[in-house]
Design a protein around this ligand. Sequence first.
Ligand code: HEC
Length: 320
Amino acid sequence: MKKIFSALRITGLLVLAIVLANATLETGDQSIFEAYPIIWLVLGVVLLIGIAIEVSVAALDRTLYLSLKPEARKEYDLFLAEKEKNRFAWIRRTYDKLLDKKPIEKEEEIILDHNYDGIKELDNNLPPWWLYGFYASIIFAGIYLARYHIFDGATQKEEYLVEVAEAKAAVEEYKKNAKGLVDANTVELLTGEEDINAGKAIFSGNCAACHKIDGGGGIGPNLTDSYWILGGGIKNVFNTISEGGRAGKGMVSWKTDLKPDEIAQVASYVLSLHGTTPADPKDPEGELWEDPDARVDEVEVKMEDSTSVEIQMDYEEAEK
Ligand code: HEC
């Protein structure tokens, strides 16, 4: 028993040290152990001090005990035994208080004179734990009633709507700043010089080995023509770079090496190569890709008369 209490006291001391360190040191997002590895050393010292104190107190106790006369020792033993017996008495007492039950010997005092075929009724007090809980709920109900039905507190529905609105605003705010959020469905062709240059750098670093520096094609297909194996247009190209080509062809998925905004940049750069004339172009592979978004413009350029308007209208109709 003594050893268990010693161990508990030492553990308590360690926990106290950790709590104190957490409360006083600034660690940001890191745990205290990551931010200050030296804390291990401090805890080690605290542990040693704790053990030292426990050991010396126990030794002192023992010496004092041995120095007692035999009668005094006996008395002391009795005293200890009594103390041990009463150690958890307070739990028992609190429990009894909370239940407030008449002991069976005294039930005579509270028996009622109802008699149902020999079954009698006891007039016990309400258990205090229940009674105080009941009073607390009455007080709670009063405050609740006043707050929400007299002083017009926000209803659950209003609270919900406010929270949703706040969350939506936060998402919008986040999207504004987070370029890395694009995926194959939301990506847009980038045309800014900065983005194209960044895309070019990524391309010459990672892709030129197979597609040639001018995109003319080598191990990988020609990227400058209008023919695409896996589909043209920014969304398909983004998807190909992100997810890779057909299995075993050599075009791997780049999403672990490149961030989404980098993939968007290199995809835009690849598309900017369209129509250029590489030094040693590979023959076209795949199918002729017609950009559904560009079609109307092309038609309009070719026929500058009233038919273009009709075709445009047809196209808009078809899109619906
Ligand atoms: C190890 C060689 C290799 C590397 C490196 C490589 N590719 Fe490819 N790429 C290929 C091959 C092979 C294909 C054809 C895939 C298929 O047929 O499924 C391909 C296909 C493509 C396509 C689709 C072409 C089409 O016709 O649909 C695009 C776009 C592309 N690569 C872009 C890139 C970009 C951007 C990089 C650099 C981030 C890159 N590739 C790196 C070999 C490579």
